[in-house]
Design a protein around this ligand. Structure first.
Ligand code: GAP
Length: 487
């Protein structure tokens, strides 16, 4: 019997690689400095492995979610959306198998009392395949035999491994101690399965069709870390795609390509992602086939996305536990009733945002020898679309620049920033660091006061990536910008 199932989402140490140019520290530092991501509860000294998205981070994350929703829900006639509760009837988690099997092997160092995932300690030494086949009672002897010492105190004195269930338990009810135990959902998927019948009855979908959902999930991870890669509270963007059993191999392959194209279409370098098929003994309890899309993170390959064939595991379990008929009736042959099979494309939202941050981070030498840091986000993801920069703080120039900003706000849906502080060079550097694709400079030429800066009623547009500057009539700004966004 396989007692340890190696869950998806872990860093795969099998393929050692050179450290890429972008280090995690560079990105973490930029995130804090520029307001993308802050340590959680910062003024109280933080709470380990919690992170808050700041003003720019929330814009970036929202754009990732909007792009995902637009691509996978709005632009497909075979998909609908859902927003289900985090707190669910505890029977859901018995049916799904999470109460019984959603666990990692926990070991204690008897010398310093530090706790670790035994499989992770062994994986670092032996590789993921060797660990996937170990049973729970083999973990402690193997830690001793392989001389895997405690990373904190250096001793080799391990407790026996025990299952540690990753679900966060809480209580529902107003009287402490008298409420019912309930769980914070460890995946958004089950909210979709328990609503399958409701969606089917109200939406009249025909197979194949899918339900997409974006939302928080919670796991009491034993070893969170690597910034937002593994946290205890995180967001998922999940699809449960319901198919006839005979079509599932074809649909599985289609989803693999679709998701690959989504990531690369938004700027992920295809050479920095790869597909990895799970070994049989690595599969989650519900899956008969899983592939991950992995990204080359600064510490090595790590899971970004998982695609699983869940078969009819979940619907049949929920039928059994709820007593409800969850079968689909073939509209062309009402005598043909069956449980659809499920292909599940599951995206980690925070990991996806982290990947876009790492991928965008670029240090470039300029012709004058200066080095600029620029976040080369795909322009559909940049938190700010356009910055409006008056050349100086002179009130009548600032007023004109505000007019230009208002013109853009009235005429477009673009997100703008207005910055008047510091030299124009420093302001360009700041916009580069937050990834703003275009900057508009309003100068004395715009006001008709300095011919050598440009003709009256024109502004300069600067391109983040090419650094090209172009003089444009204010009256033509909207069409110029629309043209740029089309390219
Ligand atoms: N419903 C299937 C499921 O939850 P999973 O591989 O456990 O599968 C899906 O999780 C995705 O959620 C992963 O590919 C990863 O991107 C993200 N994820 C999982 N655990 C996470 C954690 N502790 N912190 C951040 N993201 C996580």
């Amino acid at each position: 019997m396989l007692l340890i199932f190696v869950r998806c989402g872990q860093v795969c140490p099998r393929y050692p690689i050179d450290m890429p140019a972008t280090s995690l520290e560079q990105v973490v530092s930029l995130c804090k400095r520029r307001g993308f991501i802050f340590p959680g509860s910062d003024i109280y000294g933080g709470l380990a492995n919690t992170w808050d998205y700041g003003p720019l981070g929330v814009e970036l994350k929202n754009r990732v979610k909007q792009n995902w929703w637009n691509t996978f829900v709005h632009r497909r006639s075979d998909m609908v959306g859902l927003d289900s509760s985090i707190l669910m009837n505890p029977k859901v988690w018995e049916a799904s198998g999470h109460v019984g099997s959603f666990a990692d092997p926990l070991v204690d160092c008897k010398n310093c009392n530090e706790r670790y995932r035994g499989d992770k300690l062994l994986e670092n030494k032996m590789g993921v395949e060797a660990v996937a086949v170990l049973s729970l009672d083999q973990v402690q002897p193997m830690l001793a035999a392989e001389k895997v010492n405690c990373p904190k105190c250096g001793k080799n004195d391990w407790s026996e491994a025990k299952h540690f269930n990753l679900m966060f338990k809480t209580q529902q009810g107003v009287i402490e101690g008298e409420g019912a135990d309930i769980y914070m959902r460890p995946e958004t998927a089950q909210g979709i399965f328990v609503n399958f019948k409701n969606v089917l009855q109200t939406g009249r979908q025909r197979l194949p069709f899918g339900i997409g959902q974006i939302g928080k999930a919670f796991r009491n991870e034993i070893t969170p870390g690597n910034f937002t890669f593994r946290t205890r509270e995180f967001e998922q963007m999940e699809i449960e795609y319901f198919v006839e059993p005979k079509d599932k191999a074809e649909q599985f392959d289609k989803w693999k390509d679709t998701v690959w194209n989504w990531y690369t279409g938004l700027g992920i370098n295809p050479e920095k992602i790869r597909i990895r098929q799970h070994e049989d003994d690595e599969l989650s309890h519900y899956s008969t086939q899983t592939v991950d899309i992995e990204y080359m993170f600064p510490w090595g390959w790590g899971e970004l996305f998982g695609l699983a064939d869940r078969g009819d595991y979940d619907l049949s379990q929920h039928e059994k536990f709820s007593g409800q008929d969850l079968k689909y009736t073939d509209p062309d042959d009402p005598t043909n009733k069956f449980l659809p099979h499920v292909i599940e494309p599951s995206f980690g939202c925070d990991r996806t945002v982290l990947t876009f941050l790492l991928e965008a981070y670029t240090e470039e030498e300029l012709p004058n020898g200066d080095v600029r840091t620029v976040m080369k986000f795909d322009k559909r993801l940049s938190p700010i679309d356009i910055a409006i920069l008056p050349l100086s703080k002179k009130p009548h120039l600032v007023a004109k620049a505000k007019e230009v900003q208002q013109h853009l706000l009235d005429e477009t849906n673009l997100v703008t920033d207005f910055d008047v502080t510091g030299s124009i060079g420093k302001r360009y550097r700041r916009q580069d660091e937050i990834g703003t694709p275009l900057c508009i400079t309003v100068d004395f030429g715009t006001l008709g006061e300095e011919d050598d800066q440009g003709p009256a009623d024109t502004v300069t547009i600067r391109d983040r990536d090419t650094l090209e500057q172009k003089r444009v009539k204010i009256a033509d700004l909207r069409s110029e910008i629309a043209e740029y966004w089309k390219s």
